[in-house]
Ligand binder design. Structure first.
Ligand code: NAI
Ligand code: MN
Ligand code: ZN
Length: 337
């Protein structure tokens, strides 16, 4: 079988590997589709602090169970499944309070251990969620990115009364916009980005107001419109954004951050406390796959809208280069196996 392997930073190769055998408690998945994510690009360039090499990348994938390890029921054979990349110990403090996504010995499939850009991949059976027949293959690889949105939304508790501001109209910003609109019924959603084509996509995914903050000063624009955001999501993740979000936020607002920048940013406690702002961070997902599968079944989200390109895994280099360099035309790029 073939796997997409980052041998070491900057060295990507299609490698023939022996067929993997599922260990005890694991299932083997014949992979059908996998989405490319910014973190795959970071592992490729050596800029992901958690990755070890060589590594089979890919953590947004879907396929069919074709073998089971010891202790796994044979009834799982043939199931169409999506994979939760979060592998946790189950007994440390974060695990015991329901937060396996920040397990002390967290292993992310495709980052800390081999992932889904492979014709076959073995994962713990509890990480493989059966996909109902009515959800098509095309949408399946998009479930994982929506679990990121589900996780941050769970913490922010959006309501129809909210006026939301979303920074960034990349895949993460757009999944959040779809969830705010389709799942939580948020009345007004403002999206800011610096790429007009991406703002256009934000509109197609449910945004009401679009602000290109490379040409328009966002605080001035919001003041002119009389908008004081009550819910802010930073899905652009530049360290200058949180201080601005705190300044723009309404009293009693919630702000969600998801960035991994190690650069410092200076924030003002008076602005936070005087408005009693809640700031939450969100990493990956805590068992949100069933919830997002339900969102798909209820047609509350439209994952397909985010897919701009599909390539065979044999063209992975071309697909990753396009995804990285052409943010104007790309949202989600999906590989088929
Ligand atoms: P992306 O790079 O495709 O999208 C980011 C967008 O933000 C781009 O369209 C860019 O033009 C825009 N942007 C950059 N600076 C801006 C600014 N100052 N104001 C407004 N817009 C700005 O990335 P993607 O895949 O959408 O991910 C977004 C971020 O989320 C990344 O930093 C990534 O590391 C992070 N992330 C966090 C996860 C978590 O679980 N916490 C999971 C996945 C991604
Ligand atoms: Mn991802
Ligand atoms: Zn743990």
């Amino acid at each position: 079988m073939n796997s997409v392997v980052v041998q070491q930073p900057q060295q990507l190769a299609l490698v023939a590997r022996p067929m993997p055998e599922p260990a005890q408690g694991e299932v083997r998945i014949k992979v059908l589709r996998a989405g490319i994510c910014g973190s795959d690009i970071h592992i490729f360039h050596g800029s992901n602090p958690f990755a070890k090499y060589p590594r089979v990348i890919g953590h947004e994938f879907f396929g069919v169970i074709d073998a089971v390890g010891e202790g796994v029921l044979a009834t799982r054979l043939g199931q169409r499944v999506v994979v939760d990349p979060v592998v946790s110990c189950g007994h440390c403090y974060p695990c015991s309070v329901g937060r396996p996504n920040v397990c002390k010995t967290l292993q992310v499939i495709g980052v800390h251990r081999d992932g889904g850009f492979s014709q076959y991949s073995c994962v713990p059976e509890g990480n493989a969620y059966e996909l109902p027949a009515e959800i098509p293959d095309e949408e399946a690889a998009l479930i994982e990115p929506f679990t990121i949105a589900a996780n941050i939304c769970e913490q922010l508790q959006p309501t129809p009364l909210d006026v939301a501001l979303v920074y960034g109209a990349g895949p993460m910003g757009l999944t959040v916009v779809q969830a705010l609109r389709g799942v939580y019924g948020v009345e007004k959603i403002v999206v800011t980005d610096r790429i007009p084509e991406r703002l256009q996509m934000a509109q197609e995914n449910g945004a009401d107001l679009l602000v290109d903050n490379s040409v328009i000063d966002l605080p001035t624009y919001l003041a002119e419109q009389g908008i004081s955001p009550t819910l802010i999501v930073d899905a652009a993740c530049h360290p200058t954004i949180l201080p601005q979000a705190i300044a723009l936020a309404s009293p009693a607002a919630r702000i969600g951050i998801m960035g991994f920048s190690s650069d410092e940013c200076v924030i003002n406690q008076q602005l936070i406390t005087s408005k009693e702002i809640t700031i939450v961070s969100s990493r990956l997902n805590r068992r949100r796959f069933p919830q997002v599968i339900q969102w798909c079944q209820d047609k509350k989200i439209q994952p397909r809208k985010l897919i701009t390109h599909t390539y065979s895994y044999q063209q992975v280099e071309q697909a990753m280069a396009l995804f990285e360099k052409d943010q104007k035309s790309c949202c989600k790029v999906v590989l088929t196996f």
